[in-house]
Design a protein. Structure first.
Length: 182
């Protein structure tokens, strides 16, 4: 499940703040991490931004490729397991932006911090421990504790942060848009 009102639309958070990528010249692509069907990355690709859609699922990447073709854009596809123990699958200083929507693998957060270039933008939205009253996920391993997301990036420039209940559909989430220090 991705982080937006409809399966075919990009996340509202991304729609509201995507122009941050236009404020500076990106010297590197934007990584749509655990992209699912790719609608967030493809939304950015329609804005003439370079995007890599990354997921473990070949089927998800196939759907992302189809969606990109339907939108007359090209995105790079990268099939990789982000959760291999004690490895960093993300090359350091390689991305001008990283998108993470409805995905939480805590061991990957330090890798995300290193993979983003100085001045790069991170969009992160995922579920909090309040989510089980509204639906999946229920596993606490996939749910943020209060203040956890912001605490992980508190030394970065915080552009937007929210933690609470969002509507359409109703969900308990933490959202963060921040810039890595230069």
């Amino acid at each position: 499940m991705n982080s937006h009102d409809s399966k075919d639309r990009p996340a509202r958070l991304l729609v509201d703040y995507w122009t941050l990528f236009k404020e500076k010249r990106l010297g590197a692509p934007i990584l749509d991490l655990a992209c699912g069907d790719g609608q967030n990355g493809i939304f950015l690709a329609t804005k003439d931004l370079p995007v890599i859609c990354c997921d473990i699922s070949e089927k998800a990447l196939s759907r992302a490729e189809k969606l990109a073709a339907e939108n007359h854009v090209k995105v790079a596809l990268w099939q990789v397991d982000q959760e291999v123990e004690e490895t960093n699958p993300l090359p350091e200083d390689s991305y001008g932006g990283i998108l993470v929507f409805h995905y939480l693998h805590r061991a990957l957060i330090p890798c995300i911090r290193k993979a983003l270039q100085k001045g790069g933008i991170l969009f992160y939205e995922t579920f909090t421990i309040g989510q089980p009253k509204f639906g999946k996920p229920h596993n606490p391993n996939f749910l943020l504790k209060p203040g956890e997301l912001l605490a992980r990036f508190k030394d970065w420039e915080i552009i937007y942060d929210f933690e609470g209940i969002k509507e359409g559909p109703k969900r308990a989430v933490a959202q963060l848009v921040c810039r890595k220090p230069r």
